[in-house]
Design a protein around this ligand. Structure first.
Ligand SMILES: [Zn+2]
Length: 395
């Protein structure tokens, strides 16, 4: 099964990486070197840069293997260019000086913003850009806000930075590297890097233990602006059509879906309900795991706070469902303090998620596209009460 120290190491490493929509290169590089160190896992990229990792072992044919999928981006900035050519004048206090940036001047940077964060969280908030192999710190001076339907959204920002930033660098909120406190991990981005890390932890365990089974792992780009990578993956048939697709997300904790109560089998989201036999099968694997593994628990919920890739996979021809872990400070918005904060998840939920993935990859149960349990139940009920129903037709 999945070993906790190995899974935690992967989680820490992945949660430390810089990423933003359309600028997922650092996470992609990490996955490439992860696969290079494990040559028995097969990795390929599709035409738009989504990555597909494949594990297969054993003679038993898995007609419809699972494909787990997570996205590699997180709401963030992309550096567009420096404004003017020189320092912007004001000197940098010692406290404000960048993680790596030296120098006593401030520069102004223009950056585009992509992803769902409310406009009131921007001005004055600290940010950091990963440029030239180091973090450069800054602060949002102003934003350009546009109307999108009924909502106001940030399009771009002017940012005061401690050093020049290369065009195309990803920018994130200025939050520390992952920290563990009271059984929770706090990070710049757990959505959806923790999902990707859970998949890698599962692939790592499969590669080490070499059980018989099969699984695909799809890592998609640019989800935060509307699952653009996933839509392209469907069009390109990056994932074999026969697969049962299980999209993995981090979703805002809800009053009836609490952090620490186990990963969540997601029956749907704001846009749609998922393919019911796929949800039922994923649930059956979890139920079997709950019987065999102490401490494994899971929940089954409609998480309708947002829309996730499962809806796109279902609408574009796949038999898909979703799982998620409940997260705090969704999209870095700490609603209590009205300030930017780290996202966080429960570490037990994370380990249970990796165990669930491992079980999906190695289960002896077979996904058929039908819900045999429900069909069997209906058959049994019909057999038991059908004759009575016919005998009791009112005349
Ligand atoms: Zn998100």
């Amino acid at each position: 099964m999945v070993k906790t120290p190995a899974a935690r190491k992967i989680l820490h490493e992945v949660l430390s990486l810089p990423t933003a929509p359309f600028v997922e290169g650092h996470v992609i590089d990490y996955i490439r070197s992860f696969a290079a160190e494990r040559p028995r896992l097969k990795l390929r990229a599709d035409a738009v840069g989504n990555l597909l990792l494949h594990y297969k072992r054993g003679a038993a044919r898995v007609a419809r293997p699972v494909c787990l999928t997570a996205h590699l981006d997180h709401p963030g900035f992309v550096a567009e260019g420096m404004i003017g050519s020189g320092p912007a004048g004001r000197s940098v206090s010692r406290r404000e000086r960048g993680v790596a940036a030296k120098g006593s001047h401030r520069f102004h940077l223009r950056a585009v913003w992509r992803g769902g964060v409310l406009p009131e969280f921007f001005v004055g908030s600290g940010v950091r850009f990963y440029s030239g192999g180091r973090w450069v710190r800054g602060r949002v001076l102003s934003t350009v806000v546009v109307k999108k339907g009924l909502r106001k959204v940030v399009k771009s920002a002017t940012i005061e930075v401690a050093a020049e930033v290369e065009v195309g660098s990803p920018g994130m909120w200025d939050l520390p590297d992952p920290r563990v406190r009271n059984g929770r991990i706090y990070a710049r981005a757990t959505d959806d890097l923790a999902g990707a890390a859970a998949m890698l932890a599962c692939a790592d365990a499969l590669d080490r233990v070499r059980p018989s089974g099969e699984a695909y792992f799809l890592f998609t780009r640019a989800e935060e602006v509307g699952f653009i990578g996933a839509i392209a993956a469907c069009g390109l048939k990056t994932v074999p059509r026969k697969c049962l697709v299980v999209a993995v997300e981090n979703s805002s904790e809800l009053p009836n879906a609490k952090m620490g109560d186990g990963p969540i089998l997601r029956v749907g989201d704001r846009a749609s309900t998922y393919f019911s036999p796929a949800t039922a099968f994923t649930g059956r694997v979890a139920e079997a795991l709950a019987k065999s593994k102490r401490g494994f628990v899971f929940q089954r919920k409609l998480m309708d706070g947002g829309t996730c890739e499962s809806s796109a996979f279902c609408a574009l021809g796949y038999e898909a469902t979703g799982v998620c872990v409940a997260l705090g400070n969704y999209h870095n918005m700490n609603k209590r303090t009205s300030r930017i904060g780290p996202e966080y998840i429960d570490l037990k939920d994370f380990s249970r998620l990796t165990d669930w993935f491992y079980a999906l990859a190695t289960t002896k149960l077979r996904y058929t596209g039908r819900d045999e349990n429900l069909q069997a139940l209906l058959g049994k009920l019909q057999k038991e009460y059908g004759p009575l129903l016919r005998r009791s037709v009112p005349t």
